[in-house]
Design a protein around this ligand. Structure first.
Ligand SMILES: [Fe+2]
Length: 446
């Protein structure tokens, strides 16, 4: 069957996907933009302040020059001394900033103007407004409170533009450096905060993969800290709920195991012992928590398929005929089919199906060998055999532990996985097997 590969629809969000920014970049760019706006506003405010300051200074200077004319022009005005008046105006215009200076009498007649063609004219409409780029000061000349004229000085403000240009040049480097460092700092800080969100994201992924022990450390009091604490609480509650579910499930499974054992009185306590010894081996092999749970369930339920085998065959006191043995060999497959609806513990079905596979490939139902057999199934196979050997069966008396272990050693690498055999021998040496046998006996008495 050919697989249809459909292209993504051309929506705006799909088209923008290659340009999507990470949260770190979004935060960094937003704050950097704000920083640049603040820097630009500060720059323009400073320049505006400087222009006002320089303009006021120029006004003061124009006023001062006009006052200077006023002080020295009274006498020549009264004596109509044109020579002194002209030299007075000329001396003021020596200043480079001064664009023009002139004197008028009380009727508006220009007595002397620094621009010669204007001398002698009459300002009928009063003193004209200064042209753009000129600051003008007009100071009246009075004698005993009687106005006899006005001194006017026009000062060019081009020097203000030059001064502003110099200031701007001087500010650009430090402000640029400051803004650059600020942006770098924002980027680094954004990284620190986003890292916390990333840690949380990774934990959510781990939770999604089934890790209910995941926790994230974040003691800060901000929103991310609160979110992290809520996440940790939620994971804790999920873990508790899962543990409770597991306990309920195990109780149900144990009830099922009791039903299996009821069919075969000789196997009383067998499932419990196989489960406990199998888990002890799983622990020694450092299996993860989920796998250990599956191993335990599979060990309890490994013979559930016997429900589908005739009671006469299971409880038969003599050896089985070939036909009966062939029928008996169906129980791993029947068990796997019974357990197949267990969606949460898919592996359990597999472990039950293969709990009679031999390490050398001579077992059943699929004749798997070595690592082809799931490790949990290899464990259950060995422990099941060990417990069967040390229990009374309809067709024979129980073997002693030593005898059973001797037979198991003989089958090391043949029927059984050598590593699992070594683990079982270690458990026996440590007294763990004896303790488990005792525990199961105690629980049966209760
Ligand atoms: Fe079995």
């Amino acid at each position: 069957m050919s697989q249809k590969i459909s292209a993504e629809p051309k929506t705006i969000s799909n088209l923008l996907k290659p340009f999507a920014l990470s949260l770190r970049w979004k935060v960094a760019l937003s704050f950097s933009g704000l920083l640049l706006i603040v820097v630009a506003l500060l720059f323009f405010a400073f320049m505006r302040y400087e222009r006002i300051f320089l303009s006021l200074e120029s006004e003061k200077r124009a006023q001062s020059l006009a006052n200077n004319i006023v002080i020295n022009a009274r006498d020549p005005l009264l004596s109509q001394d044109e020579l002194r008046l002209s030299s007075l105006i000329e001396s003021v215009t020596q200043n480079n900033e001064v664009q023009y200076a002139y004197l008028i009498d009380h009727k508006g007649y220009i007595l002397y103007h620094s621009e010669p063609d204007k001398t002698g004219k009459v300002l009928a409409n009063g003193i004209p407004e200064p042209a753009r780029g000129i600051i003008q000061a007009a100071v009246p000349i009075a004698v005993e409170n009687i106005k006899i004229g006005t001194a006017v000085v026009g000062l060019g403000v081009h020097h203000i533009d030059q001064a502003m240009m110099e200031t701007a040049k001087g500010l650009i480097l430090p402000l640029g450096l400051g803004a650059g460092l600020g942006i770098l700092g924002i980027f680094l800080l954004a990284g620190i905060h986003v890292k916390r969100i990333k840690r949380l994201e990774e934990a959510i992924r781990a939770l999604g993969s089934g890790d209910l022990l995941v926790q994230v450390e974040d003691n800060s009091l901000d929103e991310v800290g609160k979110l992290t604490r809520h996440f940790n609480e939620m994971v804790g509650q999920l873990h508790s709920a899962r543990q409770q579910n597991l306990r309920n499930f195990k109780e149900t499974v144990s009830a099922l195991a009791v039903a299996i054992e009821a069919k075969d009185a000789y196997t009383r306590g067998h499932c419990d012992r196989v489960a406990q010894i199998s888990v002890a081996i799983g622990d020694r092999l450092e299996m993860d928590e989920k796998l250990c749970e599956e191993l335990e369930l599979a060990a309890i339920l490994h013979d559930v398929g016997k429900i589908g085998i005739e009671a006469g065959i299971i409880g038969k006191a003599s050896s089985l005929t070939d036909e009966e043995f062939a029928e008996m060999k169906r129980h791993p497959d029947i068990g796997a089919r019974i357990l197949s609806p267990l969606s949460t513990y898919r592996e359990v079905t597999l472990f039950v199906r293969h709990h009679h596979e031999n390490y050398d490939g001579s077992g059943y139902p699929d004749g798997l060998k070595g690592d082809e057999i799931p490790q949990a199934a290899r464990i259950i196979h060995l422990v099941d055999a060990f417990d069967a050997m040390t229990s009374n069966r309809p067709y024979r008396k129980a073997l002693s532990k030593e005898e059973a272990l001797l037979r198991i050693k003989q089958e090391r690498g043949k029927q059984f996985d050598p590593m699992v055999v070594d683990m079982l021998l270690q458990l026996e040496k440590d007294g763990r097997i004896e303790a488990i046998f005792e525990e199961v006996k105690q629980s049966e008495r209760q």
